[in-house]
Design a protein around this ligand. Structure first.
Ligand SMILES: Cc1ncc(COP(=O)(O)O)c(C=O)c1O
Length: 395
């Protein structure tokens, strides 16, 4: 993008919602003399666990890091398959490769964009045919809407597979009255810059089991048995540590946790704003040939990380014209996601033929994501409402 094009942006696709409280907390962390993992990270973990209703939360420096750690702790390795939807961000599947396992992709329900128990089971059956053991089912709560976790849990149980929820979009999302993060053995959230709460880069794992939480904390920091802050406070010499596993550098610094603490405190308020905007869009565009993603269960709470619509009767060429029309009016749009079976890194691996993914192929032909973020002003929303109407009618 040239700088003149950038200046023309009237409403970007996404912006973080940063207020004075966040700025003050980061400055306080900077002034405290402790900027890596320390008291703010520990406090963020405590408050996050309480917020979603999970016994334990482990902060990491991205959701990708969190997903990788969960697979490792779940014992995933060569000969194993990780069942993951084809419509997701690449890292949901890349982490399987990092463990030496095979990502086996599941189709989605075209209406909701979500993988279902049936599509995940079909992928697991394909994995078996390839001689792999379906070790993990990884549902992705696309856009912030919960997958049908009861049905997926039953499907996974048939293979004795574990569940690792990719909840990168799902804060705060409920499934049958429970917040995502309190439901499964492993759940992973993202605080990437555009997410519903943002720390720049960051992620959180929620788990039920204390031993698992401890192991995750060890692995997130080189395999060192206690983190620097705990060493600092313990009775042992401060220089003493033991490396007990081949861990990673996945810890969250206190600077990010400072942002996270203040963002979490405003999570409900920001979620309400996202919902309000989603409702305005749905109402304003009712007469247009654009169809928001189907709502699976209206009683579940949707986090509205993304506002995805389908351009009814349109194909990729019209979708591109629509996105360009919006860009001409200074409105950002995007596509979530290019199905993974089309990606060069995956497409030559076994089981990636397009014929396995009719739902994802149809969805991908005309899906588009429109600006939805809590920092949008009334004028921004009105501007997007009008720009979309003009862009659709010009097709
Ligand atoms: C569905 C999904 N999973 C995982 C990730 C990875 O998150 P992070 O950037 O925090 O690693 C993303 C990021 O956009 C995502 O959309």
């Amino acid at each position: 993008m040239t700088s003149s094009q950038k200046d023309d942006i009237r409403v970007p696709f996404a912006l973080p919602d940063i207020q004075d409280g966040e700025v003050e907390e980061v400055v306080a962390a900077l002034r405290s003399g402790w900027i890596t993992t320390g008291p703010r990270t520990h406090e963020f973990e405590r408050r996050f666990a309480r917020f979603v209703g999970s016994p334990h939360a482990v902060a990491v420096n991205s959701a990708t890091a969190g997903l990788h750690l969960c697979l490792e702790v779940a014992g995933v390795g060569p000969g194993d398959a990780v069942i993951v939807p084809t419509v997701t961000f690449a890292s949901s599947a890349l982490v399987a490769l990092h463990c030496g396992a095979e990502p086996v992709l599941a189709d989605i329900d075209e209406e909701t964009g979500l993988a279902t128990a049936e599509t995940m089971q079909a992928a697991a059956a394909r994995a078996r045919e390839m001689g792999l053991r379906p070790a993990v089912f990884m549902p992705v709560h696309l856009a912030g809407q919960a997958c049908d976790m009861d049905a997926i849990r039953r499907a996974a149980a048939q293979y004795q597979a574990r569940i690792v929820e990719d909840a990168a979009h799902a804060l705060p999302t409920t499934y049958q009255g429970r917040l995502v993060g309190s439901i499964s053995e492993y759940t992973v959230f993202s605080f990437y810059a555009t997410k519903t709460i943002a720390t720049g880069e960051g992620g959180m794992i929620t788990v039920r089991d204390e031993t698992t939480a401890r192991r995750l904390k060890t692995l997130r920091l080189h395999g060192i048995s206690t983190d620097v802050w705990d060493r600092y406070r313990s009775d042992r010499p401060k220089w003493y540590y033991e490396v007990v596993a081949a861990g990673y550098k996945y810890n969250m610094p206190d600077l990010a946790a400072a942002l996270g603490l203040r963002q979490l405190a405003r999570c409900e308020e920001m979620a309400r704003r996202r919902k309000e905007i989603a409702e305005i869009y749905a109402e304003e565009w009712r007469d247009l040939p654009i169809q928001p993603l189907g709502i699976r269960r209206p009683e579940d709470r949707h986090a509205w990380h993304l506002y995805i619509v389908r351009l009814v009767g349109a194909g990729p060429a019209e979708r591109q014209a629509f996105i360009e029309q919006l860009a001409e009016q200074g409105v950002g749009a995007s596509v979530h996601f290019i199905p993974l079976h089309r990606m060069p890194v995956f497409r030559d691996r076994p089981g990636m033929s397009r014929e396995f993914f009719p739902g994802a192929e149809a969805y991908h032909a005309n899906c588009v994501s429109l600006p939805l973020f809590s920092a949008m002003s009334e004028r921004d929303v009105e501007y997007v409402v009008r720009a979309v109407r003009r862009a659709v009618t010009s097709l």
